[in-house]
Ligand binder design. Structure first.
Ligand code: PEP
Length: 253
């Protein structure tokens, strides 16, 4: 039985006071998401602040990005070792915003995946097709290629300590959610691909969905057999909405 995971990606949003209020609001309702893993990815600058805010709670910290390199002369970058030192347990790699705007191609994503694991972080590998790719019938080919890059670089066993997130680009921040059936179909294909290589890894792999997840659609998504949680952007900035999504994951157990 895979434990449900709800992960919030704050992106480039937050301020000290607002962060404290948001975490306080989420913690106040901890009883509602017992048994669900809850991770938060604040901007890197605020990881230290959040490390203090989550003490004594079940909330874990995730980073939004990681350097391809180890510690050294890389101005402006943050290494996997630093993130681990700052109490992060996981890091997002391959988010579509980084793929499309910051040059994170498949090779870079594979490097970041490896750096994360070498430092003891869980990489949350994002895969997903654009609208044009979906309309051209290429969804499965695209996500399988993005998955295969990590498998080729690190072996299928690396997925035993990773999380996969299917995030169709056309559903991110658009209010347009893929239907639970569309998502289930892609998750099934991803899991089956891993299963071809290693049935145990496939059975244990958590595959999250991301793309305009809200409390209103979370229940239907989490009812699907291969949807193990959500990577949440916009709705993770609202304590009530975020907790309601996590509560839906709990109910779906
Ligand atoms: C995301 O950025 O990973 C995301 C899923 O965003 P949103 O929930 O706002 O669509």
């Amino acid at each position: 039985m895979r434990r449900k995971l709800v992960a919030g990606n704050w992106k480039m949003q937050g301020r000290h006071a607002a962060n404290a209020a948001l975490v306080q609001g989420i913690r106040a309702r901890e009883a509602e998401y017992l048994g669900v893993d809850l991770w938060i990815a604040p901007p890197a600058l605020y990881i230290d602040q959040l490390a203090g805010l989550v003490v004594g709670s079940s909330i874990c910290l995730m980073a939004q990005n990681v350097a391809r390199e180890d510690d050294g002369a890389c101005t402006g970058e943050i290494s996997a070792g630093m993130l681990r030192d700052a109490a992060c347990v996981a890091v997002i790699v391959g988010h579509s915003e980084r793929r499309s705007r910051y040059g994170d191609d498949d090779a870079v994503v594979a490097e970041k995946f490896g750096r994360a694991q070498a430092a003891g972080l869980i990489p949350v590998l994002c895969v997903g097709e654009t609208l044009a790719e979906r309309e051209a019938g290429q969804t499965e080919a695209v996500v399988l290629r993005q998955l295969q890059v990590a498998i080729d670089a690190h072996g299928v066993s690396a997925l035993a300590s990773a999380v996969l997130a299917y995030e169709p680009v056309w559903a991110i921040g658009t209010g347009r959610t893929a239907t639970s059936e569309q998502v289930q179909q892609v998750h099934r294909v991803l899991r089956a691909e891993v299963e071809k290589n290693d049935a145990d890894v496939s059975a244990g792999l958590r595959i999250l969905y991301g793309g305009s997840v809200r409390a209103a659609n979370a229940g239907a998504l989490f009812a699907m057999p291969d949807i193990d949680g959500a990577l949440v952007g916009g709705a993770s900035l609202d304590a009530d909405e975020f907790v309601a999504i996590a509560r839906a994951a709990r109910v779906a157990h």
